[in-house]
Design a binder for this molecule. Structure first.
Ligand code: PEP
Ligand code: MN
Length: 338
């Protein structure tokens, strides 16, 4: 961290700042310039809040050199993390994992039909929302526990581990018991109490990027979960808000190489919420594989036109099969397998 102090800063003030850092185990060195004094602070600067340092009236500028996240940082953990989700491994050089399933769990019958289709197509995990974060309070809110029960029944029948969204702390025990991969949705990426709660869980977490959050904010949310003791975090890019209206969101695929460089955590792409349009899902899924993603999470429905939520972005089972077939070929080109 580099801190620039105005030249006129009294010695007493300088000593106070140096003492502040040294008392936290950091080393400080100073360069005296003609107009400014520049301090280099080295050590574990993740514990320093630069906004507080900036509050000092003699401080002109604070520049962070090291990232503020530690546990999620590849610098301190060079090997790729591989996360085990109910027996399916995601990350590193493991096979690319394709997860498929409906936006919302609807009836038991149609979930079974979709799960069977996902399995036969080569999907290795089943997704489905039982607790839904809907923009409108009048829209379908999910089946709740009944939906989790149907997911468990589908897992038993087809051997697919299940991923579902946890929206509130009071359902932590339910998810700990039944769900293989706990999804934190985009809208809850900065629900810090929820992040702390999943940080205490033993189940892995799929952390979606917030609608308007930077990569650093996203990694800091992963840090919250990891700091609580749960280091099994998978990041999921699902598109961000931009001015563009042709798509529901804008898929930021550049996060794949950026995350690979900055973090050891696996990265999964959700081309369904990223585009909002089934016509665009296949090409974005293939592009994600080409970019180096460790997995895909795709909305699939046996009858998208009749879906209770997100039908417009859901693939038919047939289309999902085609996607996986094409994906296998792209994976081969980049030295991976599905
Ligand atoms: C979902 O996966 O169904 C969902 C609501 O996703 P997101 O949080 O990315 O909008
Ligand atoms: Mn959805």
């Amino acid at each position: 961290m580099i801190i620039t102090l105005k030249k006129g800063a009294p010695q007493q003030e300088i000593d106070k700042i140096i003492h502040e850092f040294e008392s936290k185990g950091l080393a400080v060195s100073m360069i005296q310039g003609t107009d400014y004094n520049v301090f280099g602070v080295v050590g574990d600067t993740t514990i320093i809040d630069d906004r507080i340092v900036s509050a000092n009236k003699y401080v002109e500028n604070v520049t962070r050199i090291a990232a503020p996240y530690k546990k999620a940082n590849r610098l301190f953990h060079p090997e790729d993390t591989v996360v085990n989700c109910g027996g399916v491994k995601i990350g590193g050089q493991e096979k690319i994992v394709v997860m498929g399933g409906p936006c919302s769990v609807e009836t038991k019958e149609n979930l079974m039909t979709i799960a069977q289709g996902v399995k036969e197509a080569g999907g290795r995990m089943l997704r489905g929302g039982a607790y839904k974060p809907r923009t409108s309070p009048y829209a379908f809110q999910g089946l709740g526990k009944e939906g989790i029960d149907y997911l468990c029944a589908a897992r038993k029948e087809f051997g697919l581990p299940i991923v579902s969204e946890l929206m509130s702390i009071d359902k932590v025990d339910e998810f700990e018991e039944h769900v293989d991969l706990v999804q934190i949705g985009a809208r809850n990426m900065q629900n810090f109490d929820l992040l702390k709660a999943v940080g205490k869980m033993t189940k892995p977490v799929l952390l979606k990027r917030g609608l308007s959050n930077t990569i650093e904010e996203w990694l800091m949310s992963a840090e919250y979960i990891m700091a609580g003791g749960n280091e099994n975090v998978i990041l999921c890019e699902r598109g961000i808000r931009t001015f563009e209206k042709y798509t529901r969101n804008t898929l930021d695929l550049s996060v794949v190489p950026i995350i690979k460089n900055r973090s050891h955590l696996p990265i999964v792409i959700d081309p369904s919420h990223a585009t909002g349009d089934w016509r665009l899902v296949e090409s974005m899924a293939l592009a994600a594989i080409a970019a180096g993603a460790d997995g895909l999470i795709v909305e699939v429905h046996n009858d998208p036109e009749a879906a209770w939520s997100d039908g417009a972005q859901s693939l038919t089972i047939e289309h999902f099969k085609t996607l996986v077939e094409k994906g296998k070929k792209i994976a081969q080109v980049v030295g991976r397998e599905i």
